[in-house]
Design a protein around this ligand. Structure first.
Ligand code: PLP
Length: 417
């Protein structure tokens, strides 16, 4: 026996804040909820450990027998099952989403696949918005079909289409609002109502808004999932996912999809996310401010045909989005007037300086991604992830590149630097 006391978070200790304080603002939750202030350390340690030891065989057996995943402060056993560093970050995200529990996993796709699997079975049927993230669509269309689960993709903006897709074997309606190419908005309340009337589960990918701007569990969504690689991570240095839901739902998901599929988050990644979450409300506010300024500026630019951004009053579902979310984030797209000229689109993207060409989003740095897909009407759009640089510098960058998209002079001319 090395340690006199079995290791556990000392509940009731004046130096440890564990309980969810219902009156705390999101800003305060980000700083203090779930923190472990033992030794007066203002930053919690990284418990970079795979297992936790016990003083007696009895203690180990008891912990394994009474495995109660709903207790955040019970003795930890093994990091695939839980870890004190990870659990601080999980408690913060659960409180921000307004759910009882959150489980962090190794990627956004791990969160999405776990939540979908928790709501499906062989012979079942899923309804999903056709604005879903592409790998999510592949999971449903080509992977889960191997296990006898079929999916109908519908225009999630159209409630009649959602209703008409219901079959006797439907078990799940999957949402993503806003989508991340064309920013289609679904009516979350109405879709939850359709689902609840006939006893279907609901899952939503809330990566775009983050819990700062949208908390879908308030409307009754059963599982809220995140690519925490995006805003929750915020600094383009981790791959991670989060699943949020009620204690009852999560008590079923964690021992099954959580423990058995094994897509565990590393404690260091969870610690980096905890650090990022401290500035999440500030970052979201700045991403929104800058993206709104850029979207408004693009709308007036002669080389721009159309701007897609849920924060613009001209967005087709602006009022609906405002009724279910408090903001729009830093991701937007636009259709340039040269959208049918691939070379011009490439020259535009390649001559940007601050916006670098890359396919992720949600980090501190601005990114540009030209996209052509069925969802974009088989015409090019340019997607921008507006980062935390000075917005006027970003606008200047866009302005000078919109002027250089013309073909370079025939006689060996160079693109302007
Ligand atoms: C990136 C992304 C995902 C997948 O997240 P990973 O962390 O890369 O697995 C899921 N949904 C949306 C909307 C995304 O943009």
């Amino acid at each position: 026996m090395l340690n006199g006391e079995p290791w556990s978070l000392p509940s009731g200790d004046a130096a440890t804040i564990l309980a969810v304080k219902p009156n705390w603002s999101q800003d305060t939750i980000c700083q203090h909820l779930g923190e472990d202030y033992r030794w007066g350390s203002v930053v919690p340690p990284i418990y970079q450990t795979s297992l936790f030891v016990f003083d007696t065989v009895d203690a180990l057996q008891k912990r394994i027998m009474d495995n109660d995943y709903s207790l955040p402060d019970s003795q930890y056993v093994y990091t695939r099952d839980g870890n004190p560093t990870t659990s601080i970050t999980e408690q913060k995200i659960a409180a921000l989403e307004g759910t009882e529990k959150c489980r962090l996993v190794g990627s956004g796709m791990a969160a999405i696949s776990a939540a979908i699997l928790a709501c499906t079975q062989a012979g079942g049927h899923v309804i999903a918005t056709n604005a879903s993230y592409m790998p999510t669509k592949s999971l449903l269309e080509t992977f889960l079909s191997r296990f006898g689960i079929e999916t109908s993709f519908v225009d999630g903006r159209d409630l009649d289409a959602v209703k008409a897709a219901v079959k006797p074997n439907t078990t799940l309606i999957y949402m993503e609002s806003p989508g991340t190419f064309m920013f289609h908005i679904q009516d979350i309340r109405a879709i939850v109502q359709i689902a609840q009337e006939i006893g279907l589960s609901t899952v939503i990918d809330n990566s775009y808004c983050s819990p700062i701007f949208q908390q879908p569990a308030k409307f009754g969504v059963d599982y809220v999932v995140h690519s925490a690689t995006k805003y929750l991570g915020g600094h383009s240095d981790i791959i991670a996912g989060a699943i949020c839901g009620s204690s009852e739902r999560m008590a079923r998901l964690i021992p099954a999809e959580g423990m058995l599929l094994g897509a565990v988050i590393d404690p260091f990644a969870a610690w980096l996310m905890m650090r990022s979450i401290r500035t999440l409300p500030l970052r979201m506010e700045r991403h929104e401010q800058s993206a709104t300024k850029i979207a408004t500026w693009l709308q007036r630019h002669p080389m721009v045909e159309e701007v897609f951004y849920p924060g613009l009053p001209t967005h087709e579902k602006y009022d609906l989005h405002r009724s279910q979310a408090t903001g729009a984030s830093g991701l937007l797209s636009f259709r340039p007037t040269f959208a049918d000229d691939r070379d011009a689109v490439c020259r535009f993207a390649e001559s940007l300086r601050l916006f670098q060409i890359g396919i992720s989003w949600g980090g501190h740095e601005s990114l540009v991604a030209p996209i052509i897909a069925k969802e974009t009407g088989d015409r090019w759009i340019v997607r921008l992830s507006v980062g935390l640089e000075g917005v006027d510098d970003l606008i200047e960058d866009l302005d000078s590149s919109l002027g250089t998209k013309k073909a370079p002079p025939a006689s060996g001319g160079e693109l302007p630097a």
